[in-house]
Design a protein around this ligand. Sequence first.
Ligand code: SMG
Ligand code: MG
Length: 368
Amino acid sequence: MKIAKVVVHHVAMPLVRPFRTSFGVDYTKETMLLELTTADGVVGWGECVAAPEPTYSHEFNAAAVLVMRDHLLTRLAGVELSAEEVPGILEPVRGNPMAKGALELALIDAQLRASGQSFASYLGSTRTEIPCGVSVGIPADDSLETLMNEVSVYMDAGYKRIKLKIEPGWDIVPTRMVRERWPLVPLQVDANQAYSRADIEHLLELDEFDLLLIEQPLYEDDLLGHKLLADRMVTPVCLDESIISLENADSLIEFGACEIINIKAGRVGGYLTAKAIHDMAFARGIPVWCGGMVETGLGRAANVALASLPGFVLPGDTSASDRFFTTDITEPFVMNDGMMTVPTSPGLGVTPIPEFLEKFTTATEIVL
Ligand code: SMG
Ligand code: MG
């Protein structure tokens, strides 16, 4: 295929409630949806999981557009290529995994629409439905009551796993409260790098809550710190932000810095690398699960397909569309008895609904 045109749709979608993490609070999802057209007139869609600010990682929306336009599409446009060649062609460009992953996804979608194959089948899916977990933010009002009410809503909805966002000052007490109220629910915590090695003794207090894992407790570059923690903590250490490639995932497992991996395609440069990390971890018996970046239905479709691979043995942050949005940009992803159906139509299996795309679009940019 030849990439002939790429339009970036900037969208802003209100969240049903604020989503607060240790690095900030969001009231709106401001994201970029890519509409890629091939020389044959096939359209594919992708979603960039960067944010307006470089707070989860170094990438941010404005920079991602520039990188796509000036450094990625200059290498990809107008040449005959398949999606599988994209990681290799973009390899000379350092970093910028979210920008790369978004373009790769749009091309995969176009390619699969042309061939009539679903994304899940293309990846090698072994399941028709997946269990859903949910990520619960730190309450914007710092109230334990607000947290308990929110978790109650998710428990009633049938979520199979609860993840609590934690930070210094919001960790032991809320985790204990949720664990006491729901003694059996699979529970995990995510600090988004908010602690340091000086907090190791404190983090060990979480061991009493029978957690599935603790996610990214320390700064992403503190690999030794994660190993020191993993050596002492009974709760398995899982890495998110620190995992940026197949090679470093392999290294960090070998080094003992993590026992479980959160796989997010955008953080590692795309779904092909995400699958490679899955395959490596599966072969080594390392559990993985699918992370989320508050995606619209487009990115959610891709994540649900990824999460249907056999090594995804823990429920992911693959919640229903209504966890974040009153109106999704695609047909909404719904959950039944804690499970979500993996799309089977060609490509991602969903496309933006024109009326909703128009409603949420704040700007469009032609980058090729
Ligand atoms: O999509 O359900 C989702 C969000 C899950 O907690 C979530 N993501 O560090 O894992 C993480 C965060 C990163 C995004 S915060 C805006
Ligand atoms: Mg995380």
